[in-house]
Design a protein around this ligand. Sequence first.
Ligand code: 1GP
Length: 246
Amino acid sequence: MGRVSKYLREKVERGEKLHFTLIDPAKKIDHSQLEKIALGLYEAGTDAFLIGGSIGVAPEDAGEIADVLKKTTGLPVIIFPGNINCLTPRADAVLFMVLMNSLEPYYLMQAQVQAAPLVRRYGLEALPTGYIVFYGDTSVAHVGRIQPIPPDKPELGLAYALAAEMMGYQYLYLEAGSGASRPVPEAFPSIIKKHTSLILIVGGGIRSPETARSLTRAGADVIVTGTIVEEDYEKASNIIRAIKSR
Ligand code: 1GP
């Protein structure tokens, strides 16, 4: 097992709830500000950084951000790729994802085929991840040509989760979409946690400690926040503390 996978799995197996801080390299943050944010969130207890975005990520920006985050905090930096342009050898690992509810063959297997030789060449640790996007009105939904998941059909989410587990993925990311007006419904992590042993990552539209805590109580192992970090990282720190205190 790779170093990042071991780090995450050990925490989950100890019963810890985790938080990932998402930084989108397309949204320019200057380095001193980034250092300040990274340090603040590290002190609040974030467990790793995700870097990536749906549109406009330049690999050199992703690389620079990875360097700053690693130097400032020493935490794992994991690429959360919208496409192969997000790959940089300066990160530690990559969520090696299949966008399971995409209607577009590129996101089902061609992006992965393009990415795999680079992931190997860059020495990135691949974290095998199923990725499901819920709502149709977000950038990721548009770019990924998704078939939305009906929010009142958790059994459909479970079917995706079972398929992911049967295909050997270790992580499942339930995504509302960055900046979504509502998070993933709790019934989804709840039913999936009961019936699979996937590490469950939940993100999109999480803006309050209460929402984060309800989702972890429902079964999420990892909460991701991005937009709130950009808006006011103190608010993100409160979310992290809520997740950790439970
Ligand atoms: C998006 O799940 C992440 O891919 C985070 O979403 O920006 O809404 O926090 P937010």
